[in-house]
Design a protein. Structure first.
Ligand code: PEP
Length: 249
């Protein structure tokens, strides 16, 4: 039996005081929540939000990290610096990193391994572009991103990996994959994990769906066999929309 895992990616939104206000509301309103929760504020709000969620049932996540521990990497943030702030998990391979900042699978894989090495959990995002879906390549794209993203990850570390299937055409667009379409890709990703790590690992791995998840569609998505939670962008920016998703059903 897999636990549901609902994560909020706040992207490049909110000042520290705005982030603090949202974090306080979530701590209060999710304290009786039954699932696993995470919020990922911007780097500049991590310390503030970390102090608020500490001791609650909400994990502190970062939206990215550098592929190296330290050094001459202007503008980057190290996994060591994230750990120092109490960060417990990091989102890697988000489509905005892949497509705006041109991060490729090898680069993302370096970060995945580094984050795991330092004890963090990882949410590894995969997902196809609209033209790739229309060309019938959605499964192949997700397979490549999963296989290359997990390259060199030991079976013993897989428990700290969550995969987020985020079709790029559904992110921030208001278009959601149908629960059936999403479930089919989730099942395929689970099969890919099974080929890499065996059937037991495939059954255990948490696969979130991301792409215009809202209070109105969360329960239908989560009812699908292979959908184990959500990575939420826009609707994570307000307690009024994130809490009903986090407490779906
Ligand atoms: C995301 O960016 O991870 C995301 C799923 O965004 P949205 O919910 O706004 O589509």
């Amino acid at each position: 039996m897999r636990n549901y895992y609902i994560a909020g990616n706040w992207k490049m939104h909110k000042t520290r005081s705005e982030a603090a206000e949202l974090a306080k509301a979530l701590v209060a309103q999710l304290k009786d929540g039954k699932h696993k929760y995470l919020v990922a504020p911007t780097f500049t709000s991590l310390e503030t939000v970390g102090a608020i969620v500490k001791g609650s049932n909400i994990l502190l996540g970062a939206q990215n990290c550098a592929p190296e521990e330290q050094g001459a990497h202007t503008g980057e943030v190290s996994v060591l610096q994230l750990k120092d702030l109490g960060v417990q998990a990091v989102i890697l391979g988000h489509s905005e990193r892949r497509h705006i900042y041109k991060e490729d699978d090898e680069f993302i894989n370096k970060k995945v391994k580094l984050a795991l090495k330092h004890g963090l959990e990882v949410i590894l995002c995969v997902g196809e572009l609209l033209e790739e879906r229309e060309a019938g390549r959605a499964e192949a794209v997700c397979e490549t991103q999963t296989v290359k993203g997990l390259a060199g990850v030991a079976a013993g570390d897989l428990g700290r990996i969550t995969i987020a299937y985020e079709p790029v055409w559904a992110i921030g667009t208001g278009k959601t994959a149908t629960p059936e379409d999403a479930d089919a890709i989730h099942a395929y990703i689970r099969k890919v994990v099974g080929k890499l790590y065996g059937a037991d690992a495939a059954q255990k791995i948490i696969i979130q769906y991301g792409g215009s998840v809202k209070p109105e569609n969360a329960a239908q998505l989560m009812a699908k066999e292979n959908i184990d939670g959500a990575l939420v962008g826009g609707a994570a920016l307000k307690a009024d929309t994130f809490v009903p998703i986090a407490k779906f059903g």
